[in-house]
Design a protein around this ligand. Structure first.
Ligand code: UDP
Length: 284
């Protein structure tokens, strides 16, 4: 006997968004874009979509190496709080807590292979963060710049945008997917592609200083800088390719300490301690 077809068959298929995605209108390519009927965000934060870059070092906690899951859980909690209130969050996590291409541990390996090892480290961190976020009920997807079908989605720009619109946190792993780059460049690239309102760099220091505050007690913190200042003064905030990409797209960079409790929320509210890097016209 033939099985009766469920009247809900198609409805069910439509609901299964892991199979099918409705393509959102793209004002760059659609000849007749629909008027923007996206409701204004109801949260009171100053940005609607941000990319949070967390260096691998932060995830070590007080250890000298590796992943401290307690610290990962603290960062995940901070992300969850603002994501639940409607801020769309992209995450890029470094890999320096496990492996860096340019490090003593790499010995005399060729640079490209060592960098690929660094990219694999970012995938481990991304999975740790995904697990911590999902444990507290935050829908999360990992997209890897190096296809790794068994453990993460491949990076697909439109699909990532759809995840964000659905309120999922998207973790972009493996940087830009090429050696001779860093996850800072990966963060800048994804922030531009996802049309983020800001790139938040969560580090262990509460902003950009005139010198390394851990080594020089007279170092002072900048409140604001221009991209050009950072490049001209060679302030090692992010690598030059990341800074120039943000300069060209006009996306502000906010450097703050993610180790301080509640700091992510404060930054999103325009409060607390941080350095903003932006164009001179935005500063005026
Ligand atoms: N890496 C790379 N290409 C990328 C991103 C990362 O080659 O697009 C490698 C590089 O060796 C880098 C390592 O991965 O040193 C870890 O990333 P990063 O140093 O940016 O981590 P973080 O300092 O943020 O912890």
């Amino acid at each position: 006997m033939r099985r009766a077809t469920s009247p809900f068959r198609f409805a069910n298929v439509e609901k299964n968004d892991s199979l099918f995605y409705k393509t959102p209108p793209n004002p760059d390519t659609d000849r007749f874009p629909m008027p923007d009927d996206t409701p204004a965000p109801s949260h009171g934060f100053r940005w609607n979509r941000v990319l949070l870059k967390v260096s691998g070092e932060v995830l070590m906690g007080d250890a000298a190496y590796g992943i401290d899951m307690k610290t990962v859980a603290v960062v995940a909690q901070a992300v969850a709080e603002v994501a639940r209130e409607g801020v769309e969050i992209c995450l890029v996590i470094g890999g320096g807590n496990i492996f860096r291409g340019l490090s003593k541990a790499a010995g005399d390996m060729d640079r490209a292979s060592a960098d690929y090892m660094g990219m694999l480290a970012t995938i481990m961190n991304a999975l740790a963060m995904q697990s911590a976020l999902e444990k507290i009920g935050v829908d999360t997807r990992v997209q890897s710049a190096i296809p790794m079908a068994a453990i993460a989605e491949p990076y697909i720009r439109r699909r990532a945008q759809r995840h964000l619109e659905k309120g999922r946190v998207v973790i972009f792993a493996a940087g830009v997917g090429a050696p001779f780059f860093t996850t800072d460049s990966g963060a800048a690239l994804r922030a531009a592609e996802m049309q983020c309102d800001a790139l938040l760099k969560g580090t262990s220091v509460d902003g950009v200083y005139t010198a390394d505050p851990k080594k020089d007690a007279s170092a002072t913190r900048y409140d604001t800088l221009t991209y050009q200042d950072v490049l001209a003064k060679d302030l090692r905030v992010m690598d030059a390719s990341a800074i120039s990409m943000m300069r060209d797209t006009g996306i502000p960079i906010v450097v703050f300490s993610i180790r301080e409790e509640g700091s992510l929320r404060r930054v999103l509210n325009g409060e607390g301690v941080y350095t903003v890097i932006e164009n001179p016209s935005a500063k005026a």
